[in-house]
Design a protein around this ligand. Structure first.
Ligand code: ZN
Length: 250
């Protein structure tokens, strides 16, 4: 039975990963995520269901559109794989608990935000605001993560990023952080509480610095979005640090 649940969660993760690819492409363009059905962005041909199987289709088609043979970005494969793996690890960590559902919701929205920010340097309110709302609703479940903890996390996260934003502007005379980073931290805070916020900023800064130094060494001076690193930091908190003492369903 354990294996059955694990396989179900992985398949769910792959399906959601496939949907996230649609969101990552369409939301920054202001397009509907439901309509029209999936089509190739290069030739406009409709993608048939048998060409839309997570991971498998990308490999069978060799990462190219069936019709126009245009290269499909590797991101499509990566997001599907990553979501499947993150869902599986969450199942291992939380088991069949309400906390698993809460964390899968967070992982889904946070991954979507991370990839859009990484690709477009943009934090979409259409994703973060519903995530914050769901974070409040899911914290109402009795015996689970407390809403008070979430609200303290959200305020702590928002205020600390605001201080960094204003302070960074005064010291470096340029915009080091955006409003989007503040919203991301509020989102992380509502789901993980103040300790989650602290760990996310700590590891997010560490990871961001490592990648930043690496880019400078390669003589690339791209401005890095901070959001994906903060979200990676929050995943480190969820998978490695957060203590789980929540009730099992049923
Ligand atoms: Zn095509």
């Amino acid at each position: 039975m354990q294996a059955f649940y694990a396989i179900f969660i992985v398949l769910l993760g792959l399906a959601i990963g496939s949907f996230l690819n649609v969101c990552i492409y369409r939301i920054p363009e202001g397009m509907s995520i439901l309509h029209p059905p999936s089509h190739c962005p290069y030739c406009g041909r409709r993608i048939r269901f048998y060409d839309n199987i997570p991971l498998v289709s990308y490999i069978i088609l060799g990462g190219k559109c069936r019709y126009c043979k245009h290269r499909i970005p590797f991101r499509y494969f990566l997001v599907e794989l990553l979501t499947g793996v993150l869902f599986f690890l969450a199942y291992l960590r939380f088991g069949l608990t309400f906390e698993l559902i809460r964390m899968l919701v967070f992982i889904t929205f946070a991954s979507c935000v991370a990839f859009i920010d990484a690709e477009k340097m943009l934090v979409p309110d259409k994703v973060t605001f519903p995530a914050i709302f769901l974070g409040v609703v899911l914290a109402l479940y009795p015996g689970g993560f407390s809403l008070v903890n979430g609200l303290i996390g959200a305020v702590f996260g928002g205020v600390i990023m605001l201080v960094f934003r204003v302070g960074g502007k005064l010291v470096f005379k340029r915009e080091a952080l955006g409003d989007g980073d503040i919203v991301i931290m509020i989102m992380i805070g509502i789901f993980t509480g103040p300790l989650g916020v602290f760990v996310s900023i700590l590891f997010g800064s560490l990871l961001g610095s490592i990648v930043g130094i690496f880019l400078i060494l390669k003589n690339k001076t791209d401005i890095l979005p901070f959001g994906p690193f903060l979200i990676a930091g929050s995943f480190i908190y969820i998978y490695l640090i957060q203590f789980t003492k929540y009730l099992t369903i049923g």
